[in-house]
Write a protein that binds this ligand. Structure first.
Ligand code: G4P
Length: 534
């Protein structure tokens, strides 16, 4: 794939991607090094400082409050080789939550970062599963080559075995840790030389390339090292499948790069690889008047969907910012857009985000992410379009792994609690289930931080004292099947039935075992683990 020319439509320049990784593999460091290499930030430390702030929960809340709406964190736009990259930020660490999953629905591709000493780790696996929901293409970076690494053949095999992805190296590393010399570019057959940076943050330096056959390489590498580089490249060519763009675009094959985000090594090559390989905005599945069809990025009608909502943490302002992934058309500031539910809003101050800045957008295109301030009109999963007729599906709710019963200190405030919980569930902070029997609400979350945020916000914004007690459920499943089948099941499991915020029937299960058991007893029912907003 070549970069589009100047004359290509604006949307074709967009590349929206997310980085997925297990905590500590180097996502934050890579983000920062990429922004440095692309010239979007000038100093290292900026992304990290932000990341650390977000890691301490109380600080995070305080910072959000001080800033009003902290939005710059969610998407970072930068240019490279004439393309406009939108890097969608996904929370890592302990603040891992459904946000991450939803953000992936707005990305057209993902970079998977692996720690070279560890290979595929549990969270990577889970995130790749989410990428599979839409089969988005995945580019791999094996990071931390400046430390002792696993054998590259074993690393590629690990990707193949655990993720069922064909791993195709674009480069082959020569040594690792103290012995790391760089990578052989398997296309040009040159060694991209690893130079230990003299200064701490010399991450922007262009890498030096040496021909494996030329005289210069002999001055820098021993005969044995040159031999190792040549043999390695040969093994890679013999053992690995060749890169097939179609297979990559369909999510079955991943090109693999090696580097050190911390040392700035290999990141430029990765950026070039992204510019060459990752696709622009994809057509998005949509329903129009109940008919399934696709929206093409070049379609005239402006459309998009809300994948994230962030509230103003200032209790005096109930404003929210909805993050809208545009899917088609040329958006112009001041445009009127409608939700599929018929709500209309004039988008007068749409925000675009840059690494350090944000600005009001005069126009935006498919592939862009735009922040839309609103007073609670927009919720996660909403579709927006000029006609109001388009309905995007695919914003998933995942079966919660943490379920808590909301108990009020003052039972007279039950109405307030209902409003607070519903409003926060609409924002996507947590999921909300109302049991068919009994009055308490059950809140569900994928990550523990979601519950903490809920508790703090219910107190700060609604002045309610609520305890979130352990509920006797381990997980939940959305039920699918005919009305009779669902009624029959619900009748026999009254005390375990609830409805979600959209009124869908949900089975609250005491254990995963109970889910399997129920499935055996009711084979015709579907126990959905993921629910996409219809
Ligand atoms: P994450 O966002 O995926 O959780 O990872 P992050 O970038 O925060 O990196 C986790 C740790 O790994 C950090 O060290 C970081 O400096 C280190 N790291 C990232 N990339 C590389 C690399 O290419 N080589 C080496 N050797 N280390 C790397 P830390 O000690 O936790 O933090 P810090 O004290 O360095 O800030």
């Amino acid at each position: 794939m070549t970069s589009p020319t100047i004359d290509a439509p604006e949307w074709a320049r967009r590349r929206s991607f997310a980085i997925i990784s297990h905590p500590d593999a180097g996502k934050t460091t890579l983000t920062e090094t990429m922004l440095l290499a692309a010239g979007a930030i000038r100093m290292a430390g900026q992304v990290r400082a932000r990341g650390e702030n977000r890691r301490t929960r109380s600080d995070w809340m305080k910072i959000e409050q001080e800033r009003g709406i902290s939005v710059s964190a969610s998407v970072m736009t930068f240019e490279h080789r004439g393309l406009l990259f939108n890097l969608l930020d996904t929370p890592g660490h302990e603040d891992f939550s459904e946000d991450t999953y939803r953000t992936l629905t707005a990305a057209d591709s993902a970079i998977m970062v692996l720690d070279a000493a560890k290979g595929v780790e549990p969270r990577t696996l889970k995130l790749v599963e989410v990428c599979r929901l839409r089969d988005i293409p995945i580019v791999t970076l094996i990071n931390k080559m400046d430390r002792e690494a696993l054998d590259p053949v074993d690393l590629l095999q690990d990707i193949q075995d655990k993720l069922a992805l064909d791993a195709v190296p674009m480069q082959w590393p020569v040594g690792s840790g103290q012995r790391f010399k760089g990578v052989v570019d398997l296309v040009s057959d040159e060694l991209v030389l690893y130079q230990r940076p003299g200064v701490e943050h010399d991450r922007e330096a262009a890498s030096e390339r040496l021909s494996l056959e030329g005289p210069e390489i002999r001055e820098l590498l021993s005969d044995a090292e040159i031999e190792e580089a040549r043999d390695g490249a040969e093994v890679a060519r013999e053992l690995c499948p060749t890169f097939n763009p179609q297979s990559f675009l369909e999510g079955h094959m991943t090109p693999v790069f090696f580097g050190s985000a911390l040392r700035g090594f290999g990141v430029r090559e990765l950026l070039d690889g992204l510019a060459d390989k990752i696709p622009g905005p994809a057509p998005m599945p949509v329903q129009i008047n109940g008919q399934s069809t696709q929206v093409e990025p070049g379609d005239k009608e402006v459309s998009g969907f809300v994948f994230k909502v962030q509230a103003n943490m200032d209790a005096n302002h109930r404003d929210r910012v909805a993050f809208v992934r545009l899917c088609s058309g040329k958006f112009r500031r001041g445009m009127k857009l409608k939700t599929e539910g018929g709500k209309q809003l004039t988008v007068s101050s749409p925000i675009l985000f840059f690494a350090q800045d944000r600005e009001i957008a005069d126009e935006a295109f498919a592939g862009d992410v735009m922040g839309v301030p609103n007073h609670g009109t927009l919720r996660v999963g909403d579709s927006l379009s000029e006609s109001g007729k388009l309905r995007f599906s695919g914003i998933p709710n995942f079966a919660p792994e943490i379920l808590r019963r909301a108990r009020l200190a003052d039972p007279l405030k039950a109405k307030h609690l209902k409003k607070a919980l519903e409003s926060l569930a609409e924002e996507g902070v947590t999921q909300l289930f109302r049991p068919v029997l009994g009055g308490d609400f059950i809140v569900g979350a994928v990550g523990a931080l979601q519950i903490d945020v809920m508790r703090e916000r219910v107190a700060a914004e609604y002045g309610l004292e609520v305890t979130f007690e352990a509920a006797p459920y381990e997980t939940a499943r959305w039920l699918g099947g005919t009305e009779e089948q669902i009624d029959l099941f619900a009748d026999r499991h009254k005390s375990a039935m609830a409805v979600d915020i959209d009124g869908n029937p949900v089975f609250l299960a005491k254990s995963n075992w109970e889910v399997s058991y129920s499935q055996e007893k009711f084979p015709e029912l579907i126990f959905h683990h993921v629910r996409e907003r219809a």
